[in-house]
Design a protein around this ligand. Structure first.
Ligand code: SF4
Ligand code: FES
Length: 166
């Protein structure tokens, strides 16, 4: 990987690059460091349309880390669809703790009991059915809690018709 502090590459001009290695540029405000990988950018323009006080394609450097709070930059960077932008806390201990918590949240399964409705399960699931078969689900599954569904164990909306309370 090539790190450079002298080469300024704007988000809408990466085709001008003729380098085999990944380029990484870093900008720090003392608390966090913004990381920019120009070759990964897909030009969605989200960054500068979302936080123009920091992401300024016509300026040099195009990222002004003093144009917003760290939190505002972190929120905007997390919306970058390509991963061209990322950030880390300069304090290694704090950064490790944050990453650990983030990983935990991304992998944990969330179960939500909805009022008068189904049990919502979010996350990766392996569902073992009564006939011995198994199904996998990856995002969200609604399980019947009212006992009246015609598609058990899943909710089919019948709880509303029967006025389920619970
Ligand atoms: S949001 Fe990410 S992908 Fe979109 S222009 Fe900015 S850096 Fe590139
Ligand atoms: S909870 Fe929805 S059909 Fe039972």
């Amino acid at each position: 990987m090539l790190r450079t502090d002298s080469l300024e590459i704007l988000p809408f001009r990466p085709k001008q690059l003729n380098l085999a290695d990944e380029i990484i540029k870093e900008y720090s405000n003392g608390e966090i460091t913004v990381v920019w990988k120009p070759r990964t950018c897909i030009h969605s323009e989200k960054c500068w349309r979302g936080l123009g006080s920091v992401f300024q394609p016509k300026e040099k450097p195009w990222i002004n880390v003093n144009g917003a709070t760290s939190q505002e930059m972190m929120n905007q960077i997390d919306k970058c669809p390509s991963g061209a932008l990322s950030w880390y806390f300069n304090d290694k201990e704090l950064n490790d703790k944050y990453q650990e918590e983030k990983n935990r949240k991304e992998t944990e399964t969330i179960v939500e009991v909805t009022p008068n409705g189904p049990l919502m399960v979010y996350g990766n699931q392996r569902i073992k059915l009564t006939d011995g078969s198994e199904k996998s689900a990856h995002k969200v599954t609604a399980f019947c809690r009212c006992g009246q569904s015609s598609n058990k164990p899943y909710c089919d909306g019948t709880h509303q018709k029967v006025g389920f309370e619970g």
